[in-house]
Design a protein around this ligand. Structure first.
Ligand code: CMP
Length: 141
């Protein structure tokens, strides 16, 4: 098993509904550590660049509006197999399909407002972490 880093975002709906502590607690209780964190509004430029892979999708405009609608918590999570572990803890993108006990099953309201984001591969995790964090903003556990 590899020690990895992954990008996690608590989206505007999660911040607004006061879920930060419960979500971070769930990560920490399941072997992940917060190695970096920033709470702030994402700019339109940052959101469009971050989600560029989805720019031809019909929901792109809605996605950018939502992700810039309020503060987010950007985090670097670290741990054994952190990329896959984070995705397992989040559950399926659509909360209607998410397994019991996952963050999206517990808290997400819709596929658009689905409370958390997590990198989908080790390669994308490195790209996504670098999109928001400078090297000296991430700490080793
Ligand atoms: P996320 O993991 O942040 O990656 C891309 C996001 O696009 C995804 O979570 C969803 O919030 C959003 N998304 C995916 N499919 C749809 C859809 N059909 N309608 C609205 N938003 C979507």
């Amino acid at each position: 098993m590899a020690n990895e880093r992954t990008l996690s975002i608590i989206k505007p709906d999660g911040v607004k509904r006061n879920l930060i502590g419960r979500i971070i607690g769930h990560f920490e209780e399941n072997g992940l550590r917060v190695a970096g964190a920033q709470m702030r509004l994402m700019s339109r430029h940052e959101a469009e660049g971050f989600y560029a892979v989805h720019k031809e999708r019909p929901f792109f405009g809605e996605l950018i509006e939502f992700m810039t609608s309020g503060p987010v918590l950007l985090m670097v999570l670290e741990g054994e197999n952190a990329v896959a572990k984070n995705r397992e803890l989040m559950g399926a993108t659509n909360p209607a399909d998410a397994a019991e006990g996952t963050i999206r099953k517990m808290y997400a309201q819709s596929i658009g407002e689905n409370t958390v984001h997590g990198s989908d591969s080790v390669e994308n995790a490195a790209i996504e972490v670098n999109w928001f964090f400078k090297g000296n903003e991430v700490y080793n556990g």
